[in-house]
Design a protein around this ligand. Structure first.
Ligand code: GDG
Length: 744
């Protein structure tokens, strides 16, 4: 690898100036500690990264950079690239679009969003500044890794000027469901998605966020996905989940540090004979501080036996205090703490110990270790590292984590007591359960969570992301070599000419004929029938039309030709010159259950219709408005998947069609059976649909496989349009001249 350039809103350090005195301080926060831990790790030292760089906005002046800051950075293991921004523009970009539009919206607080055009303009401007500066810096072979919601437009902007650069993007906050994203003005939301699609790999914390993102891309940009990959413009783009880890060793080892131990013992002594509940968060409405206090109040009311026997140490870290909503929340929280303490305190005890400051690292670790319970209940959180750090800090495995089910971390930390943060009774019960939990259960739960955190720590997270990014590059290169060009075609032609026994496996709709508005309209043209006749009349050729259509239609349209017909993806077939046979027993009753459901979706989605075949029932949505048809199809799939659980049925998500049929047969099984029976020395398989992928995969290298579309495929080659298929077959029938043959 060449150089690794990390790009984030801020540089990972701040500069404090007190008169002539300048000091450099490492910033806190998840991203900085993650990347810094990686930079300091052995894995990073032994990697083939030539140089590490970090680009971000500076919180110091250009003069200070030259004279004071740069000389002091020599000891750091990365090169800093500072950006200097106009203060007013930066404010609209950071406090404005980033933290008053994207942050509330992506955390499901749409009512707090301020839709101001000047905020968006500033966001575009700052993103462009980043991209321009990057374009000056990047060299061939570099990897650029852009972080977080402040810089969502940068990948596309950079790609426009440096098309070949390798770009990764990671979103640290949730990616919301499409319903939330669509609240943004169309120009903004499509620009954000296009921006991200400029990257090669887009990472998220959880599977849900990946799904939300891919659905939004499908709905707004009309780009489909296939196993987390998307074909966007002429590139393959991948989205995947990379749940960020922590520097496990650092927190675990802190437990043995003498200063941390002393602090921990002080805290324990201070609250002798009392259980300690602990939390630490930035001051932010997403962290659910008010709901947490309500939950704790409910607990004290429901469980008075714990009065004077428990304290809640609540640390709030100052944050974004230039934004009015944040200041207002602070006032409300402090008022609530006052009321709560006033209501329950005695002369010698108060239930909430509140602090509003930034804790030194050692004190944070001491608190993690002293706490009997960590109460971490955000209303939404991309991941939440505090929960993971607490688990890593419990070296004796004594301690209970109460965690919001709405934090990304909940999908990994299943052994925590998961709560709904707004449900005060749920929170109260969880606190009680945590305080009463037997030690063996605490240890059991902790051990399982710790194992997972050790296995996927922050270094693994970085390596995993960078490895996947490199893999996407390889896949892109493979894709580029797939287009069926003249050279490859000649090779196929030559092989055809030499072969003695040839097999053609040809899909019908979208391959031999173009898509029609309704299935009945896709009748074969005279030209197609003639071509198939000529192809099949050569006694060396065995032509198979392998389709999702039912037997009746295939018989009617193509039955007179000397070809094999396979209907309904292999459910029935008619070998050349023989009569129809069933591959599976026909059983009707299941259709009675599926039909009414599909009918409901016909009513709910104008333009859709149901097609019934012997062994399949299909709901088509090719004639519906794109948005509506697609979203209804997702709902239908959801319903059907639930219904077919534990049955022999399968639900197929086809090209603008959802089908239900018996499991155990598909085009792949059938194609392979035919090829194995026939043992041809030349096989050509052409198809356009997801169901044809089964053939491409099953046949592997036994056939030349060609996919009609520019999508991602298991086929060896692609042609971009259905119009290319008939000339391609036709040309095979024209013998190569001697020179052509020799030159192929
Ligand atoms: C984003 C996402 C996602 C906090 N207070 C103190 C302190 N911290 C440290 C913690 C932890 C980090 O800051 C906060 O972690 P979060 O997970 O809350 O992350 P954020 O940076 O707010 O934001 C979040 C994360 O990115 C990573 O992808 O998990 O969902 O919002 O490391 O230990 N550290 C010290 N004193 C404090 O008072 N020393």
């Amino acid at each position: 690898m060449g150089r690794l350039i990390i790009v984030s809103n801020r540089l990972p350090f701040s500069v404090d100036r007190d008169g002539d005195q300048v000091t450099i301080r490492q910033s806190s926060g998840g991203l900085v500690s993650a990347i810094k831990s990686y930079f300091e790790s052995d894995a990073s030292a032994s990697s083939d990264i030539r140089e590490k760089m970090w680009m971000g906005v500076a919180d110091f002046s250009g003069e200070d950079w030259e004279s004071e800051v740069q000389p002091r950075l020599a000891k750091y293991d990365f090169t800093a690239i500072p950006l200097f921004m106009d203060t007013a523009v930066y404010k609209d970009y950071y406090n404005g679009f980033s933290n008053s539009v994207l942050w509330p919206l992506f955390h499901y607080f749409p009512s707090l969003v301020q839709y101001q055009a000047n905020y968006y303009d500033a966001y575009v401007q700052v993103n462009r500044n980043f991209a321009n500066r990057l374009a000056e810096v990047v060299e061939p072979g570099d990897t650029v890794w852009i972080h977080d919601y402040q810089l969502m437009l940068v990948p596309e902007m950079l790609r426009a000027v440096q098309p070949n650069v390798q770009i990764g993007f990671f979103l640290h906050i949730p990616f919301p469901s499409y319903e939330i994203l669509r609240l943004l003005p169309t120009e903004w939301k499509t620009a954000l998605l296009r921006g991200l699609m400029g990257a090669d790999l887009i990472g998220f914390h959880t599977h849900d966020y990946v799904q939300h993102f891919m659905q939004s891309v499908k709905m707004l940009l009309g780009v489909d996905n296939y196993f987390y990959t998307m074909q966007y413009q002429d590139r393959l783009v991948k989205a995947d989940l990379f749940p960020i880890g922590i520097d496990y060793k650092r927190f675990h080892q802190a437990a043995y540090d003498s200063e941390v131990l002393e602090l921990r013992n002080d805290i324990k002594r201070n609250f002798e004979n009392k259980k300690i509940i602990f939390s630490v968060d930035r001051l932010d409405y997403t962290k659910g501080l008010m709901d947490r206090l309500n939950g704790f109040e409910c607990f004290l009311q429901q469980h008075p036996e714990w009065i004077e026997k428990v304290v809640f140490v609540l640390n709030v870290v100052p944050s974004r205090d230039e934004i009015p909503t944040y200041l207002e929340r602070k006032r409300q929280i402090e008022e609530k703490i006052g009321t709560l303490n006033g209501k329950f305190s005695s002369i010698s005890w108060q239930p909430v110990i509140y602090r509003y400051n930034h804790l030194p690292f050692n004190e944070l670790c001491a608190l993690y270790q002293a706490a009997d319970v960590a109460l971490i209940t955000p209303l939404r959180d991309g991941m939440n590292l505090v929960a993971k750090e607490y688990v890593a800090s419990c070296v004796t495995q004594r301690g209970v984590l109460v965690l919001s089910e709405l934090a990304g971390a909940a999908s990994e930390l299943n052994e925590a007591l998961l709560v709904n943060p707004t449900d005060v009774i749920d929170v109260s019960n969880a606190i009680d359960r945590a305080l009463e939990m037997p030690l063996h259960e605490q240890k059991h739960r902790m051990a399982l969570m710790q194992k997972r955190l050790v296995d996927y720590d922050v270094v693994k997270w970085v390596n995993d992301f960078l490895d996947q990014l490199a893999n996407v590059r390889k896949e892109q290169q493979k894709m580029q070599t797939k287009l069926l060009d003249d050279r490859i075609y000649k090779r196929i032609h030559q092989h055809y000419q030499k072969a003695q026994k040839r097999c053609f496996l040809l899909d019908y709709d979208g391959t031999l004929v173009s898509f029609a508005r309704v299935p009945q309209e896709a009748v074969p043209s005279k030209e197609l029938k003639e071509l198939l006749y000529r192809l099949a009349s050569d006694e060396k050729n065995h032509v198979v039309i392998i389709s999702g259509r039912d037997a009746d239609v295939l018989d009617k349209w193509l039955g007179h030709l000397p070809v094999t017909l396979v209907a309904e993806h292999g459910a029935s077939f008619r070998m050349k010159g023989e009569s129809w046979q069933q591959s599976i027993p026909t059983s009707e009753p299941w259709k009675e259950v599926i039909r009414p459901i599909m009918q409901i979706f016909v009513t709910r989605c104008v333009g859709s219709f149901v097609e019934e075949k012997n062994n399949t029932i299909a709901w088509h949505y090719r004639n519906t408005p794109a948005d509506l048809g697609f979203s209804r199809s997702r709902e239908l799939i959801n319903n059907l998947h639930q219904m077919v659980q534990n049955t022999m049925l399968q639900v197929i998500d086809g090209n603008k069609v959802i089908e239900v049929r018996m499991a155990g047969f598909d085009k792949g099984v059938m194609a392979l059976r035919i090829v194995n029976d026939l043992s041809p020395d030349f096989t050509l398989c052409i198809g356009d649909d997801t169901t044809d992928e089964d053939m491409f995969k099953a046949l592997g290298n036994k056939a030349y496989s060609i996919k009609v579309s520019n999508g991602i495929t298991a086929a060896q080659y692609t042609v971009f349009s259905q119009r290319k298929v008939l000339p391609l077959l036709d040309q095979l029938l024209t013998p190569l001249t001697e020179t052509e043959y020799a030159g192929a």
